[in-house]
Design a protein around this ligand. Structure first.
Ligand code: R5P
Length: 295
């Protein structure tokens, strides 16, 4: 406690200078509370306004996915190049060092496997776990048009309600069932429903035609899901097109960890997302880093 006898008279009031109030950089997020904004500002880079999330949560419904068999060996070395790590609590606790400075997006929906109907998910993680694990967002899958559409939407809205109580944002992950058309009309519907019901940001797939209308009609940030593994240049082109057409970043898994050089691919994706690098130049970067790391 300061010595009260030593208190100097306060003079620096700057009465001629209004207090500055910073607007929040992220689309549709200015009315959120401080803790929520602070967590989002750890996921999204305030300078570029974008994020490169590394998704490694696939095991929660499909077991040891190619490239994720040994997360300690294949994934931990590339984590420093990601802005955010999206994963399950099981992998977080068992493999990721608690000293990591990476913001964590925790998968909180689950309860199904590839052997059964995937849309039949529940909330599979208590809010106390998310708080305990110091996560920056919680991810819940939403199956618009799926067999358990309503249940999956309510899973997401419950997370929004509980997360808002503690300042933890909810990421709605739009899953596309086998029978659903992957077109702009579907993704506008899916992303807008998630946003209207309170999701703080939304992960969805890129489509060649009218993706910009998906971003424009969604009032909160969209991050692009990677999808199945394609050639590196094609994946970089997809990420480039997505951010140029309004996405606030990517949440990519297989196109990074199934690449011949995950460490090079992640850095090439960063160049596209944060530096607006062209896909061709980013691919050159990929090849350069890949060759260096194999020397
Ligand atoms: C799938 O449900 C998981 O949320 C994955 O995180 C998501 O599919 C992104 O991974 P990928 O880029 O491999 O599609």
């Amino acid at each position: 406690m300061p010595d009260v006898d030593e208190i100097k008279e306060a003079k620096r009031f700057y009465t001629d200078k209004p207090q500055q109030t910073e607007g929040f950089f992220l689309k549709g997020s200015n009315s959120l509370d401080w803790g929520m904004k602070n967590r989002l500002a750890r996921i999204f880079n305030p300078e570029s306004g974008r994020t490169v999330m590394l998704a490694i949560d696939h095991g929660y419904f499909q077991g040891p996915t190619t490239g994720l068999e040994r997360i300690d060996i294949n994934i931990l070395p590339i984590v420093p190049y990601a802005d955010t790590l999206m994963l399950t609590r099981g992998i977080l606790r068992s493999i990721v060092p608690p000293s990591t400075q990476k913001p964590i997006v925790l998968r909180v929906s689950g309860g199904t496997s590839i052997l059964k109907e995937l849309s039949n998910e529940e909330i599979a993680v208590d809010i106390e776990e998310s708080i305990r694990l110091n996560v920056c967002a919680m991810a819940a899958q939403v199956f618009i048009g799926g067999e358990y559409e309503r249940q999956s939407i309510i899973n997401m809205t419950k997370m929004v309600d509980i997360g808002t109580r503690y300042g933890i944002p909810t990421l709605a992950v739009t899953a596309v069932g086998k029978d659903m058309a992957r077109d702009a009309r579907y993704f506008r519907l899916a992303t807008r429903i998630c946003a209207e019901l309170g999701a703080h940001y939304i992960k969805t797939y890129y489509i060649e035609k009218d993706f910009e209308t998906v971003c424009a009609s969604c009032p909160v940030p969209i991050v692009m899901a990677g999808g199945k593994k394609i050639a590196e240049l094609d994946a970089l082109t997809m990420a480039y097109n997505a951010v140029q057409q309004g996405a606030s970043g990517v949440d990519m898994g297989r196109n990074i960890f199934q690449s011949d050089s995950a460490i090079a691919m992640l850095q090439a994706v960063r160049a596209v997302v944060h530096d607006n690098e062209t896909p061709e130049k980013a691919f050159d970067l990929y090849q350069t880093i890949k060759n260096q790391s194999s020397e």
